[in-house]
Write a protein that binds this ligand. Structure first.
Ligand code: ADP
Ligand code: MG
Length: 261
């Protein structure tokens, strides 16, 4: 069974791409078959996987518009997962999609043939746009990385509204996989307060694993590497391995997902 996870938060800079790349690498390190889809025209997941976004023969854009088969556009990354790369062309897909039939279902349709994977991770853009809608319609679950900041909870309720709308209209089976605290600094009082509010409100939906602020995580993309390949012993690498472990344990325990709050 393939599980498709949309890594989403409409806020930029909260750790979506860092989470997508490093969770993909961590799951691949535990011998899972993983596909990472770059759904952001910025192409950060592509570059962070060691693939030059200016030199890709085909991209998420071509697959969404039905111009290329998924299998033809995939690039195997050195970290052990397959990548569907993206670049600025994807901005045009947003417009192009508006004119096509079944515009919300394009990714879902493209992924129907990708049955050999254990996990498909979709790195979403920082907006609740047609690209994100495609990711949410194709996904089984949503993973929400968030920084424990003052406005984080407000942004979260807008995102949960969108998820509910998608559940009502396009993908009734969509579930919230979990909320992930990123760039966490336990010495920051506000961060610990917001973190407590999160666990009070969302309980079991908040991952026990917390991703610390760690400079190795920020450095790794400039080398085109997941942190696991850049500095395996770093706290950043260890925390994403722990996240992969938590995800796998939740699954094998068959933990029923409570309804999204
Ligand atoms: P998003 O995809 O949500 O826009 P990114 O994953 O690109 O966010 O992260 C934004 C910036 O913060 C990037 O420069 C990234 O390297 C850095 N970053 C992400 N997570 C961490 C972390 N845990 N510790 C330190 N820097 C981080
Ligand atoms: Mg990003």
């Amino acid at each position: 069974m393939t599980k498709t996870i949309a890594v989403t938060n409409q806020k930029g800079g909260v750790g979506k791409t860092t989470t997508s790349v490093n969770l993909a690498a961590s799951l691949a390190a535990t011998h899972r078959q993983v596909l990472l889809i770059d759904m952001d025209p910025q192409g950060n997941a592509t570059m962070g996987s060691g693939v030059d976004k200016r030199a890709i023969p085909a991209s998420t854009y071509d697959v969404l518009l039905g111009e290329t088969d998924l299998a033809e556009a995939l690039i195997p990354s050195d970290a052990g997962y397959d990548l569907l790369p993206a670049n600025a062309d994807l901005t045009a897909a947003e417009v192009g999609l508006l004119e096509t039939d079944g515009r919300e279902q394009r990714l879902r349709t493209a992924l129907a043939a990708a049955t050999d994977y254990d996990y498909i991770l979709v790195d979403c853009p920082p907006a609740l746009n047609m690209l994100t809608v495609n990711a949410l319609v194709a996904a089984d679950t949503v993973m929400i990385p968030m920084q424990c900041e003052y406005y984080a909870l407000e942004g979260l309720s807008a995102l949960l509204d969108t998820i509910r709308r998608i559940q009502d209209q396009l993908n009734p089976d969509l579930e919230v996989e979990g909320l992930l605290r990123t760039m966490f600094d336990p010495r920051n009082r506000l961060a610990t307060d917001v973190s407590r509010q999160l666990t009070d409100h969302f309980g079991g939906k908040v991952y026990r694993t917390v991703i610390p602020r760690n400079v190795r995580l920020a450095e790794a993309p400039s080398h085109g590497l997941p942190v696991l390949a850049y500095d395996k012993g770093s706290r950043g690498a260890q925390s994403y391995l722990a996240l992969a472990g938590e995800l796998l344990r939740n699954e094998s325990a068959g933990k029923p997902d409570p309804a999204p709050a």
